[in-house]
Ligand binder design. Structure first.
Ligand code: HEC
Length: 147
């Protein structure tokens, strides 16, 4: 009984340690980044669907999040981070790193172009969503595993 308790304590401590280290893992960093991008897309989508009123500041912040993610995202795929931490990264990323980086740069380019044009209402926000959405799909199709 006592031994079991000691073992349980050791397991709990071990888990705590893993969680603390996990936050710095590239798999976690890039997933957090994509979660933010997903949230930004959700905010634009809510306007397009009429769930939220058009808000230029929200659109601007969302596009900025996407433009910045496109620049930094490919930096979080070092060798050795191919699997683990529930990563949905496809092995194709490491086989075609240049193309993968080009797709990330494309997201930045599209988001920046939309920022420069800036939609003025719900309808033009729809066009923004279509444009950035194409950049998301174009990368996910090849480089994100479907789980
Ligand atoms: C350059 C390629 C690329 C682009 C562009 C891209 N993604 Fe991703 N996305 C990925 C990869 C790769 C993953 C899986 C990362 C992992 O699990 O390690 C991912 C994961 C995600 C996830 C899941 C995050 C999680 O783990 O919970 C969401 C949500 C997401 N992307 C949304 C978007 C949206 C929205 C866009 C466009 C605005 C976008 N992505 C553009 C490559 C991309």
């Amino acid at each position: 009984m006592k031994l079991k308790l000691v073992l349980a304590a050791a397991i709990v401590t071990g888990l705590g340690l893993t969680a603390a280290i996990a936050a710095d893992e590239p798999q976690v960093v890039r997933q957090e980044m994509m979660k933010k991008v997903g949230g930004a897309m959700g905010a634009i989508g809510a306007i397009v669907k009429g769930e939220k009123p058009f808000d230029a500041e929200v659109v601007k912040a969302s596009l900025t999040t996407m433009a910045e993610a496109g620049k930094d995202f490919p930096n979080h795929f070092p060798a050795g981070s191919e699997v683990g931490m529930d990563s949905e990264a496809s092995p194709k990323i490491w086989e075609n790193m240049d193309d993968f980086k080009a797709k990330a740069a494309e997201l930045t380019k599209v988001a920046e172009a939309q920022l420069a044009a800036m939609p003025t209402d719900e309808a033009s926000t729809g066009a923004v969503m279509k444009a950035v959405g194409a950049a998301c799909s174009s990368c996910h199709e090849t480089y994100r595993l479907k789980k």
